[in-house]
Design a protein around this ligand. Structure first.
Ligand SMILES: C[S@@+](CC[C@H](N)C(=O)[O-])C[C@H]1O[C@@H](n2cnc3c(N)ncnc32)[C@H](O)[C@@H]1O
Length: 234
C-alpha cells in the first residue's frame, strides 16, 4: 500500500479530535502491532454531542489501525458518523490522512485508549455500533492481560451501545475469538445474531474489510466473525 501524502496538522484537524494532557502507563498503551511505540493518550476534550455537528447515528471502531474499514464504511454510509479510536498515534494520523484526502465529513479519530474513552468520554446508550476487528492477540501468556477485549471492555461496550445496536467482532486468532465470544455470550446485554452477516463491513474487490483481514487471508488463515445485538437489559 502506498503511503498517503503527508498533510499538515491544520489540514488534518477536522479528522483528529483533540485530547487533553495526561499520560497512560506504558504497558497500557503499547500495541502488539507496533510494540516499540508508546503513546500518551488521555481523553478527547471536545464534547461528545458536538463532535460531528449533526444528530446522525455514531458507530465506533476500536483500534482502527490504518483505517481501511472506516474509510470504506464512511464512503458507503454517509448518513452515519464513524469515530475511530486508535492508541498508536502514527496509525491514527495515517488513517486520518486517508479520510482527509477524501474530505470525508463523517469520520473522526482520537488517539486514546479505547477503554478510557468508552468509560469516561462516550455517554451511555449513545452509539449505534462498536466494531472490534482483529484486536492484538498478545500471544505470550504473560502479555495476555494487555488484550483490549476483556470482560471490563465488553461491559463498557454494553454501556455505550443503544438497545438493538450492534457489537461486531472479527479475529484471525481462534483462541482469542473464543475468549471474546465466551465473554459476550455470558452477558444478558447481548444476543448473538447468527443469521446476520457483517454487512457493516464493506469489502474490497479482493474480499477483505480491514488490513489485518487482508494479511490473514493472504497468509491462508481463517477469519472468525460474529455480530451481537444489544438487548434491552441495562
Ligand atoms: C492488530 S491491529 C488491527 C487493526 C485493524 N482493526 C485491522 O483489522 O486492520 C490492532 C490495533 O488496535 C490498536 N489498539 C491496541 N490496543 C488499543 C486500545 N486499548 N485502544 C485503542 N486501540 C488499541 C493497535 O494499536 C492496533 O492498531
Amino acid at each position: 500500500m502506498r503511503k498517503p501524502r503527508r498533510l499538515s496538522n491544520d489540514e488534518l484537524a477536522p479528522w483528529v479530535v483533540p485530547v487533553g494532557s495526561g499520560q497512560w502507563e506504558e504497558k497500557q498503551t503499547e500495541s502488539e502491532s507496533s510494540p516499540s511505540q508508546t503513546a500518551h493518550c488521555p481523553l478527547p476534550t471536545a464534547p461528545w454531542p458536538t463532535l460531528f455537528g449533526n444528530a446522525n447515528p455514531v458507530e465506533i471502531e476500536v483500534g482502527m489501525g490504518k483505517g481501511l474499514f472506516l474509510l470504506n464504511a464512511a464512503l458507503a454510509r454517509p448518513e452515519t458518523n464513524f469515530f475511530g479510536i486508535e492508541i498508536v498515534r502514527k496509525y491514527q494520523l495515517y488513517a486520518a490522512t486517508r479520510y482527509a484526502i477524501r474530505g470525508l465529513p463523517n469520520v473522526k479519530t482520537a488517539c486514546a485508549d479505547a477503554k478510557g474513552v468508552l468509560r469516561d468520554f462516550v455517554p451511555p446508550a449513545s452509539v449505534a455500533a462498536v466494531h472490534v476487528y482483529f484486536p492484538d492477540p498478545w500471544w505470550k501468556a504473560r502479555h495476555k492481560k494487555r488484550r483490549v477485549f476483556t470482560p471490563e471492555f465488553a461491559a463498557l461496550a454494553a454501556r455505550v451501545i443503544v438497545p438493538r445496536g450492534r457489537l461486531y467482532i472479527a479475529s484471525d486468532v481462534e483462541e482469542y475469538f473464543g475468549v471474546m465470544t465466551a465473554i459476550v455470550d455470558a452477558m444478558p446485554a447481548f444476543a448473538v445474531r447468527p443469521e446476520e452477516e457483517n454487512l457493516a463491513a464493506p469489502r474490497t474487490e479482493a474480499g477483505f474489510a480491514t488490513n489485518f483481514e487482508r494479511k490473514a487471508l493472504e497468509g491462508g488463515g481463517a477469519v472468525w466473525r460474529v455480530v451481537y445485538s444489544r438487548t434491552e437489559v441495562m
